[in-house]
Design a protein around this ligand. Sequence first.
Ligand code: AP5
Ligand code: MG
Length: 201
Amino acid sequence: MGAPGAGKGTHAKDISKQFSIPHISTGDILREEVAKGSELGKTAKSYMDEGKLLPDDIIIEIIKGRLQEDDCKNGYLFDGFPRTLVQAQKLDTISRIESVIYLKCDDDILIKRLTGRRIAEDGRIYNIYFDPPPEGIKTYQRDDDNEETIRERLRIFYDTFTPIMEFYKKKNNFHEIRGDEDRTVVYENILSILKNIQKGR
Ligand code: AP5
Ligand code: MG
């Protein structure tokens, strides 16, 4: 978990590879639907372009369907879900969440990261300020990575996050680390949390 730009997608891709579990990003699923031009994609786009959250029932249906796929049998990693207390409560009835990792970052860093984000065609996430794409690599910018939408996304994050954090803190599976340190340091800190969980199984 983390605010827009905290590094959820960046680290989730590495964790997914290292632990051989699927990376389930509701944002990526919705962007795929937008690209396909499906009915869901059309609905999603109207919310995403304004930085607003989609209704909980739509998101829960997507997750229920995704968890039934074969690759979820040995675990999975969510990115950008749950995003409301209702989503967290619903999730609790269909899945056992072993650990929640919150990447905490200051807003000035988040805004620079989001305005500087560039995505390659293979999904690799770059940043013109912190991790520039190599010459010759074609990249694009997300439609919601403009300053006005970024501010709305951040506002919604701060409005909705506290009850979700409290929900997981009560379950004793909530871990908070700094997301604004060097990428390798953040990843090492995530790994030490995940390895401790593996030891405790
Ligand atoms: P979503 O796609 O989830 O976007 P988000 O939460 O706004 O988060 P981002 O993807 O922007 O940030 P990130 O934390 O993944 O950062 P990244 O790793 O790319 O959601 C988009 C929209 O979909 C929502 O607004 C909503 O409309 C809808 N939606 C999605 N899920 C929903 C749900 N559950 N319920 C309802 N609606 C939903 O990194 C950012 C940049 O920083 C990159 O350029 C990266 O290179 C750089 N960076 C990362 N880490 C570091 C580091 N340590 N040092 C330097 N640079 C770094
Ligand atoms: Mg992301």
